[in-house]
Write a protein that binds this ligand. Structure first.
Ligand SMILES: NC(=O)c1ccc[n+]([C@@H]2O[C@H](COP(=O)([O-])OP(=O)(O)OC[C@H]3O[C@@H](n4cnc5c(N)ncnc54)[C@H](OP(=O)(O)O)[C@@H]3O)[C@@H](O)[C@H]2O)c1
Length: 288
């Protein structure tokens, strides 16, 4: 089973690289911008010309949410146009695509967990570009998997967990937004879920393409997440709740993005760890 992973230097790609050692029957190829620049359709097509894969796990994306507001052309080129080209290549080469998407396709106005049936209505350039990517996948491929996730962190790359630990080690107090609700996702858990799905499909045990939601279990705010993180990291910094209005960002963030994971759990018999347990695992790795 030949699997291509894009965005291999990113958080999710790096976790998939670690897990690749466990899935010995899979033959992984990992690529990032050095191998294929996704802004270049020709470069995508020529990469695939002489190669064959069974699955494409597409993790690469333009993920700078605030910068996307001023670099919208680049965000769309990577998150939408490149996805269209990749989906077309997948049709031609009969490759099964797993496309990673985001809770930012929603506007945050819901007040109950968002199922896969909820209507997307993105409010930021990043969210809109990722939704356009989803639409390309849905219209070009009938057998793709779209996995929406949220609040991703890991020991790799830049993320909220690493930023807060860094700031909390230098400051006496820190204000963190308390009125945005969701669930964090440890990229290691998501990587593990993706490979369980690929394995189930490859073995013919389950194959129900479509949209799925995945985060860790539980629900929290960025404030509570940071509070727990600082306490568990044994850092001496007071975490104070502030409102979204007090923390201005270029991009509007959904104030409620709790994803309902019932479908992915039932379809693939997944056990999903609670966010606090996974955060402890990540803290331990970061501390050692
Ligand atoms: N991070 C989150 O909180 C979050 C939340 C919801 C959904 N997601 C989605 O989850 C997926 C994985 O996210 P992540 O956190 O692992 O992202 P990440 O750490 O930002 O990694 C993205 C990867 O894409 C690569 N990339 C960017 N531009 C490229 C280009 N032009 N050509 C080729 N590769 C390019 C990056 O390479 P360079 O580093 O060299 O630029 C990086 O390795 C993405 O689809 C993202 O939209 C993420």
């Amino acid at each position: 089973m030949k699997i291509l992973v894009t965005g291999s230097n990113g958080q999710l790609g790096s976790e998939l690289k670690l897990l690749a050692a466990v899935y010995k029957t899979f033959d992984f190829t990992f690529i990032d911008v050095e191998e294929v620049d996704l802004t270049q359709a020709d470069s995508i097509r020529s990469y695939f010309a002489a190669k064959q894969f069974d699955f494409l796990i597409h993790c690469a994306a333009y993920t700078a949410v605030d910068k996307a507001e001023e670099e919208s052309r680049l965000a769309y080129a990577i998150n939408a146009d490149a996805v269209k080209t990749l989906a077309e290549v997948c049709v031609e080469k009969k490759i099964r695509m797993i496309y990673i998407s985001t809770d930012y396709v929603f506007d945050g106005e819901a007040n109950q967990p968002l199922t896969e049936m909820a209507v997307p209505s993105p409010v930021s350039v990043y969210g809109k570009s990722k939704r356009e990517g989803e639409n390309h996948v849905l219209s070009i491929l009938s057998n793709a998997y779209i996995i929406r996730t949220a609040w991703v962190y890991s020991t790799f790359g830049k993320n909220f967990v690493k930023s807060i630990r860094h700031l909390a080690s230098q400051r006496e107090s820190l204000g963190v937004v308390c009125d945005q609700i969701g669930t964090p996702t440890y990229a290691f858990d998501l990587a593990s879920a993706i490979l369980q799905i690929v394995e189930a499909v490859a073995q013919g045990r389950v194959d129900e393409p479509g949209i799925y939601h995945y985060t860790n279990e539980g629900v929290t705010s960025w404030y509570d997440f940071a509070y727990f993180l600082v306490r568990e990291s044994k850092l001496n910094c007071r975490i104070q709740p502030i409102s979204t209005a007090q923390y201005k960002t270029a991009a509007v963030r959904p104030k409620f993005s709790l994803l309902d994971k019932s479908k992915i759990k039932a379809t693939f018999a997944l056990q999903i760890p609670h966010w606090s347990e996974s955060l402890k695992v990540c803290i331990e790795k970061l501390s050692s």
